[in-house]
Design a protein around this ligand. Structure first.
Ligand code: HEC
Length: 499
């Protein structure tokens, strides 16, 4: 999920915490005032904030994975010389929490590779800028970032690289384009994906891009809701690229499956942006070793918000649609009959957005989990009017638990928020996704607050997708996973108790 910050994050975390601790002055009233960014630092003050001592470690952890040469970010921030001219803009962006891009409510949940800044870090950078952005003593600087760790493939060398055959030529101007290209990756036996990454070449103009795995006719469609990732029944989502989101890694024992004979379908969404440019995307995959069959298979679920796409509320209508399409329905079955079919095919008709002019519109979706599952990540996907999206679990006892709230959604970023510890829920837990689209003039991205907006593929249309990666479990696996967690908690509590 996440972008290229992974490795740096791991390597730099230690450094950052050490240097922050050593730089932290005792909590005098003076330093507290400074921490709030209020008092200017007196000249000659030994505690003055400097680039080398205080700011560079933060940039190394939270910025340079993007702000480095050859990436989509407008300027590198590796050195003092590179950072200095951007000081005011940096303060502006970090104080508004626009940089680093991380749009969720930080008080809820813990996530992998969280680059967001603490209040203290923001205050430190703001003080540095207010003090005239001093360089400081070069000897204070942390070791330079190893640019090799910021290489193309963030998790190491892939086993397989599959590239678009020709790619696509994009004009400087014109309507959005949604081409698609099938490529045979040459998979001759079932393989399981440990990590996967996608790299485009036209960073300017790829709004987002999916790679789907088409399931050959003779392969079994394993996994629930398998088709929920795409518009075709026999496809699963392998990976999505969007700014800030280009790689997925799965916990040990968990994988995406690619059946033998599968084809890859590259499905980019291009938004011409003033440049004649060619895009040729590559996807890199690290597999579990041959013969290793991970216990859990992950599938990506697109929980679409809409008016009246809730099975429970619209059962008759959806059932009628399905029956007319020829699905053999058991009308006495109390639970979702064919969750996957319901979602991607006939059910699409019932999954509509209605966003009136000058309105903030709310839509929602309830998805009762048909079997136990691990919720691995959440990625909101909306367009220009997208304002906020929330994922919550409604437990069987009625208790509601917000898993992720993204109140500052930005459509240019499609960030996947990966849970540090995946949520583990029993069958019957309802996943509830709520989206808010701001179609008023208050929304600076809104091209036309007087337009009625509905569901559609163009950037001008809207979507309300809560993409959720889920590893489905059998009841037995669920009980095992629960027991394992209880044991882990017990060990952690005991050992911290001994300290
Ligand atoms: C995930 C990648 C990513 C991370 C992490 C990131 N940035 Fe950015 N940054 C970008 C991109 C892409 C842009 C250009 C698009 C935009 O302005 O939003 C940008 C824009 C900016 C700008 C505006 C430049 C201008 O044109 O005025 C500033 C300032 C900035 N970033 C500072 C930072 C700082 C400081 C950090 C770390 C604390 C950081 N960024 C972390 C990708 C990133």
């Amino acid at each position: 999920m996440t972008g290229p910050w992974k490795l740096v994050g791991v390597l730099m975390l230690a450094l950052v915490s050490v240097s922050i601790m050593s730089a932290a002055p005792a909590a005098t009233p003076q330093s507290q005032a400074n921490a709030l960014g209020a008092a200017a630092t007196a000249p000659g003050d030994l505690k003055a904030v400097t680039f080398t001592k205080d700011v560079q470690p933060i940039f190394q952890r939270a910025c340079v994975q993007c702000h480095r040469p050859g990436s989509a970010a407008p300027m590198p921030l590796l050195t003092y010389e590179e950072a200095r001219p951007w000081a005011r803009s940096i303060k502006d962006r970090i104080v508004k929490r626009q940089m680093p891009p991380w749009h969720l409510d930080r008080s809820i949940g813990e996530y992998l590779d969280d680059p967001s800044l603490s209040d203290d870090e923001i205050a430190t950078i703001a003080r540095w800028v207010d003090a005239g952005s001093p360089r400081g003593n070069p000897a204070d600087a942390p070791p330079p970032v190893n640019l090799a760790t910021l290489g193309e493939w963030v998790y190491g060398e892939p086993d397989l690289i599959v590239e678009m055959k020709k790619g696509f030529q994009l004009p400087a101007e014109g309507p959005d384009m949604y081409p698609s290209e099938l490529v045979d990756p040459g998979i001759t036996e079932d393989r399981y994906v440990k990590w996967v990454q996608i790299i485009p070449t036209a960073y300017c103009c790829v709004h987002h891009s999916h790679v789907y795995v088409t399931i050959p006719d003779d392969a079994e469609r394993e996994g629930l809701g398998l088709s929920m990732g795409s518009n075709l029944e026999r496809e699963v989502d392998l990976i999505e690229y969007a700014m800030g989101n280009d790689a997925d890694i799965y916990p040990d024992g968990v994988a995406k499956k690619i059946p033998k004979g599968a084809l890859f379908r590259f499905a980019p969404h291009y938004h011409p942006w003033g440049k004649d440019i060619h895009d040729r995307e590559r996807v890199g995959i690290k597999f579990y070793p041959k013969g290793v069959v991970p216990k859990l298979v992950v599938t990506s679920h697109r929980l679409r918000t809409g008016v009246g796409n809730d099975w429970v509320l619209n059962r008759t209508r959806v059932e009628d649609l399905l029956l007319r399409k020829g699905y053999p329905l058991d009308l006495d079955e109390p639970r979702l009959p064919v969750g996957n079919l319901l979602d991607e095919n006939t059910g699409n008709n019932a999954a509509l957005l209605s966003i009136p002019p000058n309105t903030v519109a709310r839509h929602e979706r309830f998805y009762p989990m048909p079997q136990p599952g691990m919720i691995i990540s959440f990625q909101p996907h909306m367009h220009f009017r997208g304002k906020r999206m929330l994922l919550e679990a409604i437990h069987r006892d009625g208790r509601r638990e917000v898993l992720t709230d993204v109140p500052n959604y930005e459509q240019s970023w499609q960030i996947t928020y990966t849970y540090k510890e995946p949520h583990l829920f029993p069958a019957g837990t309802i996943l509830h996704v709520v989206s808010w689209h701001d179609n008023t003039a208050n929304n600076p991205h809104n091209p036309d607050p007087s337009a009625w907006v509905g569901y559609g593929p163009r950037t001008m249309d809207e979507m309300g997708h809560g993409w959720t990666d889920i590893a489905w479990l059998t009841e037995e696996q669920y009980q095992q996973a629960l027991a394992q967690r209880a044991k882990k908690r017990l060990t952690t509590t005991t050992s911290s108790g001994q300290r």
